[in-house]
Ligand binder design. Structure first.
Ligand code: NCD
Ligand code: ZN
Length: 346
């Protein structure tokens, strides 16, 4: 008998939806799988004010398939010039549920990010008082730091002092990828949580680099060594409420990935929940999938449970090779294109 899992409708606490035709093309895949998603603000230009977030939210709702129940949870992109009162206002009105810290130039569309964290001390102080969640892309960007070490160095140089200075601030260390970050999260108190992507639970850097370079597996933070993946797997297998689902699904047009200088981002939305089920099955902790996908994150963000359920069953299927975007003939290539995913929705 193929196994099935029924779970309450889950949430994706780290998602890139983009805008315009890309938003229209990718949104239905998330809506099929998730009741809510924390929408990343790294548009061009970024979502920096409450008014920007309200307008972006309206564009997302406009792009929804008719009648589809879905709640976009909005974030603001912190900059050196974030307006404190606007941030507080957006939070108190329930429009903005978190702010995102990108170290300047850390990743796609992070040029407006924060150069020196000391410059946003007043914002962090205010967020701590408001009990507003800070989401962090945890990588240093100094050129001399090896790309595979950037997360670990961030934990030591930035996050540890940050937590000392703002002990009450609730923080999500986004898309953790390293054994060092996993150990840090495990040891931390309950004000610190982390998301982990399906690709970092399933793969290591060999998948991207052995036998040819696979640009569609390039994301930031970059895939790490097998030992790092094992540490992430062990962390998830503990069932800790400090770790929850955030896909980091990040679509880029195919030519922008298959390029002499390809963009970072894995587009996992069309199979995200299924890929997590596969990972949890490989780890041997499928019993923790429901809490990871539908409970830990919403409790951290203090959101109510979702209505409705989803079913996953064990059946191999192939995601599409390419998802069309607007009139553009080239489209976006999903994670697992040309391969089989072992769990299926429905
Ligand atoms: C993200 C994107 O493309 O917006 N890319 C990625 O590799 N994860 C940005 C990010 O979350 O770092
Ligand atoms: Zn991201």
């Amino acid at each position: 008998m193929p196994r099935t899992i029924e779970l309450p409708k889950p949430d994706d606490f780290h998602l890139h939806l983009r805008d315009g035709p890309m938003l229209e093309a990718v949104l239905p895949y998330t809506v099929e799988r998730f009741a809510r998603a924390l929408v990343m603000p790294n548009l061009v230009p970024p979502v920096v004010t409450t008014a920007d977030a309200i307008a972006y939210r309206a564009r997302i709702l406009e792009a929804l398939p008719p009648g589809a129940p879905f709640e976009p949870l909005m974030t603001l992109y912190l900059t050196d010039t974030t307006d404190l009162d606007d941030l507080a206002d957006g939070h108190s009105r329930g429009v903005v549920i978190a702010a995102k810290l990108y170290p300047a130039h850390a990743t796609t569309n992070a040029a407006h990010g924060v150069g020196d964290i000391r410059r946003v001390a007043a914002v962090l102080e205010r967020m701590q008082r408001l009990d507003m969640v800070l989401c962090i892309h945890g990588e240093v960007t100094r050129s001399e730091v090896d790309i595979f070490d950037r997360e670990a160095v961030f934990v030591d140089e930035v996050l540890i002092p940050l937590r000392r200075d703002f002990p009450e601030l609730r923080i999500v260390l986004e898309h953790i990828t390293s054994a060092h970050a996993a150990a840090f999260v495990e040891a931390a108190d309950a004000r610190l949580a982390a998301t982990v992507t399906p690709q970092h639970l399933l793969l290591d850097r060999n998948a991207m680099l052995v036998g040819g370079i696979r640009p569609h597996l390039y994301c930031l933070p970059v895939l790490k060594a097998r030992a790092d993946r094992e540490a992430l797997r062990r962390l998830v297998a503990t069932g800790t409420p400090k770790v929850f689902l955030g896909t980091d699904s990040a679509p880029h047009p195919r030519h922008a990935k298959e390029s002499a200088c390809g963009c970072a981002g894995v587009f996992s939305a069309p199979l995200a929940l299924e890929a997590y089920a596969q990972a949890f099955d490989e780890i041997g902790c499928l019993g923790h999938l429901t809490d990871f996908a539908a409970n830990h994150g919403r409790r951290f963000y203090r959101l109510p449970p979702n209505e409705g359920t989803l079913t996953l069953h064990e059946e191999a299927w192939e995601p599409p090779e390419l998802i069309p975007v607007g009139g553009d003939s080239e489209g976006v290539r999903p994670f697992f294109a040309g391969e089989r995913v072992r769990w299926r929705l429905g």
